[in-house]
Design a protein around this ligand. Structure first.
Ligand SMILES: [Mg+2]
Ligand SMILES: [Zn+2]
Length: 177
């Protein structure tokens, strides 16, 4: 099985320091939906793993998060793509949960759901914590320079061997070449 794990904000859609709090605020990064559709066409199962601490902070509720993800799924369907699953951590940054990246909980949930060993599975993110969470489960780290990626590229803690691409479109091109 070809499995790829994507962060959401800053990878699929434009990020905001003010959080993505409504479907209106969810805007795809140009080419990202088509990139997922292309991965699907090449047999990749695409899964999202996302920190959504705005829920835990009370900025928006689960119903809103579901509506935002619905918009993503519908927009993606129009581009001919689909996600196999969306995993998220709703907990606040000061929570002791085990699923907020860089912790590995979301990735463990994915491994269980798909009954898969994540060794070598590409994990795509724009923040260090996305890559650290994946690497702790054996994933191969892919940094995109959208979202916070330009800043993350300069981080001395960037995992060794991190592959760097301009955006998700370039990642998909590399994986479907
Ligand atoms: Mg992000
Ligand atoms: Zn959590």
């Amino acid at each position: 099985m070809k499995l790829i794990i994507l962060d959401r904000d800053g990878v699929i859609n434009a990020d905001s320091d003010q959080f993505i709090k409504s479907p209106d605020e969810w805007k795809p990064i140009p080419g990202s939906l088509e990139a997922i559709a292309r991965l699907n066409q090449w047999g990749w199962r695409v899964v999202v793993a996302s920190n959504q601490s705005g829920v835990g902070r009370g900025l928006f509720g689960m119903d809103t998060l579901n509506a935002i993800n619905d918009k993503m799924v519908r927009s993606l369907a129009q581009a001919g793509g689909r996600l196999d699953a969306i995993f998220f951590c709703p907990h606040a940054a000061d929570s002791t949960c085990d699923c907020r990246k860089p912790k590995s909980g979301l990735f463990q949930q994915i491994a269980e759901r798909f009954n898969a060993d994540l060794t070598g599975v590409p994990c795509v993110g724009d923040s260090l914590r996305d890559l650290q969470a994946g690497v702790s489960m054996g994933c191969e780290p892919y940094l995109v320079l959208t979202g916070k990626g330009m800043k993350t590229r300069e981080d001395p803690e960037l995992p060794p061997g991190t592959k760097i691409f301009p955006d998700l479109d370039a990642v998909a091109a590399a994986l479907t070449a």
